[in-house]
Design a protein around this ligand. Structure first.
Ligand SMILES: C[S@@+](CC[C@H](N)C(=O)[O-])C[C@H]1O[C@@H](n2cnc3c(N)ncnc32)[C@H](O)[C@@H]1O
Length: 195
């Protein structure tokens, strides 16, 4: 399942999003790449236009980029070495397939009621000891932004509890603030956890 208004937005605004995303800080991605073995298989879950898949592929990692937006997947697939899947979070049914899942500001578009099932699927998709790096906006509840996108917000301790309940061990928590397409500067958290 995915939210039609949210995916419709990303299908229409792929190019505009790509321009904004090129300016995003990629410190968390570089830290993850530094800690992975050479050639590791990474799932870029909710890959958007693929700016992170591109960096991963160019660094020699095997990359699967997955997104519910057909146009986002098309853009991500333009990079040589990136394998794409047009699919929703609910379609993830791999078992012990990935060394890492990079879920950058994507799972925040899933309803909170679906989030535990998505975390369980990610854990199944990871090899034992595999790494999840998850970035979300912090806050409470669910709402739409002025562009019509659906968002679920999490407090840090809530996210840590949900990760623990899904069988992850949280290794690192980092915080930041960033401005996205809606123009608001919002706080976010990035958690690194192991299956
Ligand atoms: C804010 S963008 C993040 C893109 C990229 N990961 C980044 O960090 O720039 C959110 C992405 O999640 C995708 N998405 C939203 N709901 C989804 C769902 N249910 N299943 C798969 N992808 C979804 C959107 O199409 C969009 O490309």
């Amino acid at each position: 399942m995915s939210d039609d208004a949210t995916i419709g937005f990303y299908d229409r605004q792929t190019e505009a999003y790509r321009k904004v995303a090129e300016g995003f800080d990629n410190d968390a991605l570089r830290r993850m790449m530094r800690d992975l073995p050479p050639g590791a298989h990474v799932l870029d879950l909710g890959c958007g236009p693929g700016q992170d898949s591109r960096l991963l592929a160019r660094a020699g990692f095997r990359v699967t980029a997955m997104d519910a937006s057909a146009e986002m997947v098309r853009q991500a697939g333009l990079e040589p070495g990136v394998t794409t899947r047009h699919a929703t979070f609910a379609d993830l049914d791999d078992a012990a397939a990935f060394d890492a899942v990079w879920a950058s500001f994507s799972l925040l578009h899933a309803p909170k009621s679906d989030f535990p099932a998505h975390l369980a699927a990610i854990r199944r998709a990871l090899k034992p000891g595999g790494t999840l790096v998850l970035s979300l906006k912090t806050g409470t509840g669910e709402s739409r932004d002025r562009l019509g996108r659906f968002y679920a917000f999490y407090e840090e301790d809530e996210l840590a509890s949900l990760l623990a309940a899904a069988g992850f061990v949280v290794a690192e928590t980092r915080r930041g603030r960033a401005k996205g397409m809606a123009g608001t500067e919002d706080p976010h958290v990035t958690m690194t956890a192991h299956a």
